[in-house]
Design a protein around this ligand. Structure first.
Ligand SMILES: Nc1nc2c(ncn2[C@@H]2O[C@H](COP(=O)(O)OP(=O)(O)OP(=O)(O)O)[C@@H](O)[C@H]2O)c(=O)[nH]1
Ligand SMILES: [Mg+2]
Length: 420
């Protein structure tokens, strides 16, 4: 089965908590703070793997989580959580399913995209020793994990796409010119998933993709072609195959027009792709008929190559011409990896006025709150001091916050305290 689109949920590991502990030894009654740091949570990383052909691996398991960081125990640091590496086929595009943003385009073998960063490990109390705070009794909690819903979309990367009505002879052609062994049948829709083949011509080679047949309405979802049309988006040249003598006795010119219309309807970029026409199965008709249709189709401005996959006639000049076209075209520009762009820069924060109080928002600020152990008065005092330094308390005051008002952040509710 060929699977080229899937939605998965991924989550990085949470950071391990830091330890609040004190040095203990016989005959040393009051040792100093020695709490170690928690381990970092694992990242979720997508890797473009040339050995993967489809996204089928994601059909069965759709929720993935990297390992959490381990919490520190007294003076021993917690171990880091393992990263989770997910292997996807080359050509996979990664979208944020909620915003639709393109996060990464894994268009070359080995490219990696870190889609969720693991939470930092919490600091142990040793970290909070200062001239004014010699015995901190609190440690920091591990940073929260990141979670995302991703839509993975595979767009094959081929130089040449074969398009045409069902039965036009696309699979037969790719079988004749490459080592690909697609199913060939004397009935429409033999091909239900794209096949890739490598074609060698003189001193160069290129990748050809055999597509399922397109029919009228394909761009709106009729038949099989539509879900595969997107694979054509990343080809550089199209070969449009038209049967010189269709089984159903329909008209080659009409058949040509149907497919051209669908390409145009699907997208202007696809319609603008350089392409040529292969007039197929020409050994079935006389020279004159071939000539007649070749001239008619050439009216479109495209170069027409009469071929027969059975006798091999016309194939070498067709491949030669395609190789020449590719040599002249710029390689398709592939965006390597798009930086994951958080909607709000991490350092920005804001105080919102909500019906029964105030709410603190902002990535870094929320992290500070999430990493505070609310059961420790000292830790809360430390948080308050940092909020004061950042200007958050001042901003709350400006907005009219009074002693005892509710201040929300994440799932916590605080009572506003102006000064500690
Ligand atoms: N006589 C003759 N028959 C051909 C030639 N090329 C293909 N055929 C036949 O045409 C039929 C359809 O060929 P396919 O290659 O499966 O056609 P397709 O375009 O891949 O069709 P779909 O996958 O259904 O879209 C098969 O019976 C082939 O044997 C040719 O050059 N000469
Ligand atoms: Mg086929």
């Amino acid at each position: 089965m060929f699977l080229d689109e899937v939605v998965v949920e991924v989550e990085s590991g949470k950071g391990g908590d830091g330890a609040a502990s004190f040095h203990r030894e016989k005959h040393v009654p009051r040792g100093g703070p020695n709490g170690a740091d928690g381990g970092r949570g694992g990242d979720v990383i997508l890797i473009a793997d040339p050995h993967k052909r489809t996204l089928i691996d994601f059909n069965y398991i759709r929720v993935f989580k990297a390992e959490d960081g381990v919490k520190a125990v007294s003076n021993k640091n917690g171990r880091d959580g393992e990263d989770l590496e997910l292997r996807v086929p080359v050509g996979t595009q990664v979208f944020d399913d909620e915003t639709g943003d393109l996060l990464a385009d894994l268009s070359a073998p080995g490219l990696r995209a870190v889609v969720c960063r693991g939470g930092k490990g919490g600091y142990g109390n040793l970290h909070y020793v200062s001239s004014v705070r010699q015995v901190p009794r609190f440690a920091q909690l591990g940073a929260p994990s990141e979670a995302l819903k991703l839509r993975l979309e595979l767009k094959l990367l081929a130089d040449v796409g074969l398009v045409g009505l069902p039965n036009a002879g696309k699979s037969t052609l790719i079988a004749a010119i490459s080592a690909a062994k697609p199913k060939i049948g004397n009935y429409p829709f033999t091909t239900i998933e794209p096949n890739l083949g490598v074609v060698s011509v003189r001193d160069t080679s290129f990748v050809v993709a055999d597509m399922p047949g397109l029919i009228e309405g394909a761009s709106e979802g009729v038949g099989l072609g539509h879900q595969f049309l997107r694979h054509i988006e990343r080809t550089r040249v199209l070969v449009h195959l038209v049967e010189v003598m269709p089984m159903d006795q329909s008209d080659p010119e009409e058949n040509f027009r149907i497919v051209e219309d669908e390409l145009t309807r699907y997208s202007p970029e696809v319609a603008a792709k350089p392409r040529i026409v292969a007039l197929t199965k020409v050994e079935l008709v006389d020279e004159e008929t071939t000539q007649l249709y070749a001239e008619a189709l050439a009216q479109s401005g495209m170069k027409v190559f009469p071929i027969s996959a059975v006798t091999g006639q016309g194939i070498p000049p067709l491949l030669d011409h395609v190789a020449g076209m590719l040599a002249e075209l710029e390689p398709i520009e592939l965006v390597p990896v798009v930086q994951l762009a958080p909607t709000m820069p991490a350092d920005l924060w804001n105080v919102l006025v909500v019906p029964d109080g105030f709410e603190l928002v902002g990535k870094r600020l929320e992290r500070m709150v999430a990493m505070t152990n609310m059961e420790s008065e000292e830790a809360v005092t430390y948080l308050h001091r940092r909020l004061t330094r950042m200007g958050v308390i001042e901003r709350l005051r400006e907005l009219g916050a009074e002693e005892g008002d509710n201040v929300y952040c994440l799932h916590h509710v605080f009572s506003f305290v102006d000064e500690l």
